[in-house]
Design a protein around this ligand. Structure first.
Ligand SMILES: C[S@@+](CC[C@H](N)C(=O)[O-])C[C@H]1O[C@@H](n2cnc3c(N)ncnc32)[C@H](O)[C@@H]1O
Length: 179
């Protein structure tokens, strides 16, 4: 594992018990805004890449959807499992997801890519696991990422961009799909 990944993992491992207290409100606001724009799937498998403590699962509050949270920080995942024993928590680097092709009915990657060494590799993994005609939701900090450049990378991988907009908080959002 590279130094950067090791440092990122250590940072989140060592602050995992405080993450929800600090960020729950802001992340919930993001999920709310995203799913005011697109419909949430009613069935199938949701994969939240870099899903941390599973705040997205808290937002979903649905035991009917199969939800897989993947993250590089095992301590973040442990916090998630305490709250959501029905979720599936997978400790994995988003650049090498141990998941099969075409299994996701919705893939989310929310507030993650600022941490990544090679965001394109993670986006390629998301493309690999998403089913055709399903939504991929990507958010990125607007102070660090340029929306147009990010869209170009997303398109280069093969996604088609469905919608982009600025969240009221700190992120740009891209909704994309696989044709
Ligand atoms: C700001 S948190 C966002 C967590 C979650 N998406 C949310 O909405 O609350 C960033 C997350 O990305 C994870 N992360 C960073 N680098 C990663 C990598 N290479 N692979 C998987 N997860 C990673 C961190 O461990 C952390 O849980």
């Amino acid at each position: 594992m590279s130094n950067k990944k090791y440092d990122v993992r250590h940072k989140y491992d060592s602050t995992a018990d405080r993450y929800d207290t600090r960020y729950s409100d802001i992340q919930m606001q993001k999920y709310f805004e995203i799913f005011s724009e697109i419909k949430l799937v009613k069935s199938g498998t949701i994969i939240d890449v870099g899903g941390g403590t599973g705040l997205f699962l808290d937002y979903l509050q649905s035991k009917k959807l199969t939800t897989v949270i993947t993250d590089i920080s095992v301590e973040m995942l442990k916090e998630g499992r305490k709250k959501n024993p029905h979720g599936f928590f997978v400790c994995a680097d988003s650049e090498y997801l141990p998941l099969r092709k075409n299994i996701g009915d919705l893939i989310t990657c929310i507030s993650v890519i600022q941490n990544l060494e090679n965001p394109q590799k993670t986006l390629e993994e998301c493309y690999f696991i998403i089913k055709k005609d399903k939504h991929f939701v990507l958010t990125a900090l607007k102070k660090l990422f340029d929306l147009e450049k990010l869209c170009k990378i997303v398109e280069k991988i093969g996604f088609n961009i469905i919608k982009t907009w600025l969240l009221s908080l700190e992120d740009i959002t891209i909704i994309a799909g696989k044709e």
